[in-house]
Design a protein around this ligand. Structure first.
Ligand code: HEM
Length: 349
């Protein structure tokens, strides 16, 4: 499926339902009015004002993880830097205890291994482990739902959708979507961007020139994710007999929305490897499109921008040891499961 076909599918929710799982998925597995109600309530957690208020905490985490990176050896941007950073930002954002850090880091690896194995038993076990972590976090907080909220998790527990509080399974599902999916993708995003900066001095020079231009830097990072999109695919289910680019699709049939392929469709991006942030921004599908477009994009962008700002400040060069090229992730994951980058420290380091 190319760019046009992906857009055709994801912008027509009446023809292609997102209810593809037997598990409750809020909001991603919902359609129509129910989906709109949840999105209206949940999108409010990612407004520009909220992101601006969160930025100092994100920067503290970024400074700390960058300052703690080992010197004199390559840094694995996906496994070490990306995973630890994603987990620490998530704990700070949601107000969860720091003691969960190691368990969550381990969980990201366990979940990636389970996804790679494609074994239902392993993916179910990883999902259940995550739900158990969330349950442990929210159980004591549900007891004091009447008190003033102290953080984003407390606020979510008091959120009303269509005039009612969310049920416990709904809360677990929202938090799973905000965290479980994000941790792995954020780590892969850090790996993909680090790799491209390390192998391409021209791209690195351009990205460094955007250091004091937050929007320009964010556009550059989006473009690097387009070129090697680590968030590979989502699913839909046809609600009626239809067709995609002349290929018949029957009611009930599953359709794979392949973001990675769409983002490298040569009919849209003549040379998919060409780095051109401004020109390609409008066509970039890294964060999806249509009613299910990623609500967490502002947070993901904030996290990535701040991390790379801190990295650029602390280093003078990112390079690559041709002897350890890293390990490509296997579908259904994308990007690099291991992305070693050699850092030349300098500047503020
Ligand atoms: C790390 C980089 C990220 C990428 C590349 C990414 C990408 C995407 C894409 C392509 C979709 C569309 C799914 C579809 O159409 O079925 C999506 C949906 C979603 N994303 Fe993200 N995302 C990222 C980070 C985040 C973050 C940080 C959060 C929240 C904290 C988040 C929460 C969600 C949720 C809840 C949905 C489902 C929305 C709905 O169904 O209405 N994502 N994301």
């Amino acid at each position: 499926m190319g760019h046009a076909e992906v857009l055709d599918v994801v912008t027509d929710p009446e023809r292609y339902s997102s209810a593809t799982s037997r598990f409750l998925q809020v909001p991603n597995g919902l359609d129509g009015a129910a989906h709109r109600l949840f999105r209206r309530a949940l999108d409010a957690y990612f407004t520009p004002a909220r992101m601006a208020a969160l930025e100092p905490a994100v920067r503290d985490v970024a400074r700390r993880v960058v300052s703690e990176l080992p010197r004199g050896e390559a840094v694995d941007f996906t496994r070490d830097l990306g995973t630890r950073y994603a987990v620490q930002v998530m704990l700070a954002w949601l107000g969860w205890p720091d003691e969960l850090e190691e368990e969550l880091v381990e969980w990201v690896f366990e979940n990636a291994a389970a996804t790679r194995s494609r074994e239902l038993e392993r993916t179910t076990a990883a999902a259940e482990h995550f739900d158990h972590i969330i349950d442990r976090v929210i159980a004591p907080r549900l007891e004091r739902r009447e008190d003033e909220p102290r953080d984003v998790t407390d606020e979510l527990l008091r959120e009303r959708v269509d005039g009612r509080l969310l049920t416990r399974p709904e809360l677990v599902s929202v938090l799973r979507n905000w965290t479980g999916g994000d941790l792995g993708s954020m780590a892969l995003c850090v790996g993909v961007i680090g790799h491209q900066l390390a192998v391409s001095p021209d791209v690195e020079a351009d990205v460094r020139s955007r250091r004091n231009d937050p929007d320009g830097l964010a556009a550059a990072l989006d473009e690097l994710l387009r070129i090697d999109d680590p968030f590979v695919s989502n699913r839909r289910k046809a609600t009626k007999d239809t067709e995609i680019a002349g290929c018949p699709v029957h009611a009930g049939q599953r359709v794979l929305v392949d973001w990675t392929n769409a983002n490298r469709d040569p009919r849209v991006f003549q040379d998919p490897d060409r780095y051109d942030p401004e020109q390609h921004a409008q066509l970039n599908l890294v964060y999806g499109a249509g009613p299910h477009v990623c609500p967490g994009r502002p947070l993901a962008t904030l996290e990535l921008r701040v991390l790379f700002e801190e990295l650029l400040d602390a280093t003078t060069d990112l390079s690559h040891d041709p002897g350890s090229p890293g390990v490509r992730a296997q579908r259904p994951l994308g990007g690099w499961s291991s992305s070693p980058v050699v850092l030349t420290w300098g500047g503020a380091a």
